[in-house]
Structure formats: C-alpha cells, structure tokens
Write a protein that binds this ligand. Sequence first.
Ligand code: IMP
Ligand code: MG
Length: 215
Amino acid sequence: MRSWASGSGPARGEGQRNAGRAHRAASFARIAFFRSTRGNQPAVAVELLISESKIRDRLEVMGRQIQGDYRDKPLTIVAVLTGSLIALADLVRQIRIPLRIALVQASSYRGATTNATTLVVNEAFAPDVAGRDVLLLDDILDTGQTLSALVEHLKDRGAATVRTAVLLRKIGRQIVPIEPDYCGFVIPDAFVVGYGLDYNDEYRHLPYVGVLREG
Ligand code: IMP
Ligand code: MG
C-alpha cells in the first residue's frame, strides 16, 4: 500500500494563489463499494481513492483562495466538458464574488499516420472572454496537452489573464510543461473515475474518485 505525497508545491513567484498545496490522495486500499456486472462484461470494481468529504473540504479551500485572488476582477470560469461539471458545480458555490460560467468541449484526435494530436474546441456555450480574467477548470491534468492548448486558445480570444484549476493532477504522465494555479489532489498514475471523470462515458456520477479495477 502506498500513499502519495504532493509532487507539486505551490507555484513559486506570483504570490501564493496556489497556497494550500495539493492534498495527498488517500491510499488505494479502501473498500470497493461500487461494483457492476452487466451482461457478459467483466465485473468492474471501483476502489475508493478520494472520499466525497475530502473532495468537499478541498473544494471549499480552493473556492476561498479563488475568491480572494479574484476580488474586484471580472472572473469567468471556463469549465472543460464533460469531466469538470461536478467539480464546477461544487466549486462555484464556494466562491462568493461575482463570476460568469462558460463551457468548452475539447476533443483530441490522433492523426491516422502521425502521432500528432489535434485539439478541436467547441465553444457553443462559451461567451466572450475578451478582457475577462479567465480561470480554466478541468477535471484532471494528465499529459497536459488539453489544458495548455486551451490556455493558448483563450489568450487568442483576448482573455486578460488565464489561470488554470484542476481537481486532480496525475503524477508521471505529463509531457507538456504546465503548472496548474489551483490543484485539488495529486494522484498516482492510475485510471480514475467518478466525480465527473468517466470510463466510456460511465461512472461520472459517483460522488467520490476511485480507481477502476477489473474483476
Ligand atoms: P491531457 O490532455 O492528457 O492532460 O488529458 C486530459 C483529459 O484526459 C482529461 O480532461 C480527461 O478527460 C482525460 N483523462 C486523463 N486521465 C484520466 C483518468 O484517469 N480518468 C478519466 N479521464 C482521464
Ligand atoms: Mg475531460
């Protein structure tokens, strides 16, 4: 059994907006209390990694930090669909300053003949961010490709500033250097579901974050 320390402390410089470093994720060995069998598909268990109450407490802290950092600024939270929806709903209710909410969808496609990935951004629900202070919210920072591409995209759209917030940051997978300004939890390199995160578009509704295990 291993427990995981935060690999990333607060961002240096630029104040302590990231203060309250990413919390340690719970260790793996907890009860699997979501189990499903369907048809002849293998049984799947979700092992608890971060409990509902830990997420609630952490989002409360993050919300307070964001509230302090964006006082008197025209804040727009741009949430990346679909994974960040649940974090968005819980986070914004901890922020007691005026803000706007926008949604973007980003899908990456790997070229058939090359390894290059193209990110396609759908902004059907994203109002104008020109001149706004944007906080981009995603469920998880994995390779970093989505978040860094979206940061550039929002700057191109004329956002005054763009910072990033993620519920989870996976250790050992990042290929694009980007430091999130607000990070909920640092987690090990495992495939996680729940609290917005999916596997094949399922499991998003679980109120906790867990590791998907077969069998
Ligand atoms: P990145 O561009 O590699 O950082 O990918 C980020 C996206 O990959 C996230 O928005 C998630 O949708 C997805 N993703 C990465 N790791 C996981 C995981 O463990 N579970 C579910 N989705 C994940
Ligand atoms: Mg996603």
